[in-house]
Design a protein around this ligand. Sequence first.
Ligand SMILES: [Zn+2]
Length: 68
Amino acid sequence: MTTPQQGWDRADFRCGRCGEHIVATTEDEYVVKVIAHRTAHELLDASTPELRAKLLGLALSDVEAALK
Ligand SMILES: [Zn+2]
């Protein structure tokens, strides 16, 4: 069995929620990038304000540690 020819050489995805523009040159790349982006939105939606504050605090302490 041969791999079917891809009918395009570039795909664009514009996120309807944040306006992020994703460009992919293969179907695999497109699927991975778009799913990862949607998953990030879902995680943010599922998180509580407390969890978001905690994640932000962790991210900032990582940055501070990296600057020391
Ligand atoms: Zn988005």
